[in-house]
Design a protein around this ligand. Structure first.
Ligand code: SF4
Length: 234
């Protein structure tokens, strides 16, 4: 088993009480010689977090997993973020399994018949492959996004992927994210302003009528099923 680069909580000079800015500075300094990545699905949180790290003008790998089922608005956002942040290396580490190959191997519309398997193939397996050579994993996950995320710590060892996981926005609310994005004129997915509080794959994401971009919900993800998570963070 790979050994943690740190053994939280004993060695951590930083914790829940630390400010987000201090935490970001700490990750950049403490792990400057480690393999660090920020991963994102390009939600509003991810866009805000990318902005916070980019402000330090230090090169960093920003990894995303293109499922090949992104909305056109998401691809457009990726282009905007790449132009805005030349210090960052945006890298697609998504699956190479094409939708056509998936259909041949697993049948049509796997996302309806077995969404857990579809997410495993197109998200979880690529993430595991991505993180196998990584020491520190930075994410934009927040506790109030869903009950399944309520226990997220700002800094924690992630046994699933065997990396140190840092979630600087764990304590943030959606409203505070929205305020940050507005005040810094951060590009974000225009679907958020069209009733999509959370944006994933086209097949599994719906608008939630009446929800403004200030409010987060996972209601529109895998609507009509019990599923609320793709499995990356659970
Ligand atoms: S969100 Fe839907 S389409 Fe995307 S990987 Fe998961 S099940 Fe498949």
């Amino acid at each position: 088993m790979q050994l943690p680069v740190l053994s939280p909580p004993d060695e951590l000079p930083i914790g829940e009480e630390s400010s987000t800015e201090k935490l970001i500075e700490w990750t950049l300094e403490r792990f400057s010689d480690q393999r660090v990545v920020l991963t994102t699905g390009f939600g509003m949180e991810g866009c805000a977090l990318i902005e916070m790290y980019a402000a330090h003008r230090k090169p960093m790998d920003v990894i995303y997993l293109d499922t090949m089922f992104f909305f056109p608005e998401t691809y457009s956002l990726i282009d905007k973020l790449k132009s805005r942040h030349p210090y960052l290396n945006f890298i697609n580490r998504g699956t190479t399994l094409t939708p056509e190959e998936q259909e041949l191997q697993y049948g049509a519309q796997l996302w309806k018949k077995n969404p857990d398997l579809c997410c495993q193939l197109r998200k979880v397996d690529p993430m595991r492959e991505t993180l196998k050579d990584i020491d520190v994993w930075i994410t934009g996950v927040r506790r109030s996004q869903a009950p399944s995320r309520a226990g997220v710590k700002v800094v924690e060892w992630n046994w699933k992927y065997q990396v140190l996981k840092i979630s600087p926005l764990a304590k943030w609310s959606r409203k505070s994210i929205r305020d940050f994005v507005e005040s810094h004129q951060v590009p974000y997915n225009e679907l958020h302003d069209k009733g999509y509080p959370s944006v994933g794959c086209t097949h599994c994401t719906r608008a939630v009528p009446g929800l403004s971009a200030d409010r987060y919900s996972r209601e529109g993800r895998w609507a009509g099923t019990e599923k609320t998570e793709c499995g990356l963070h659970t």
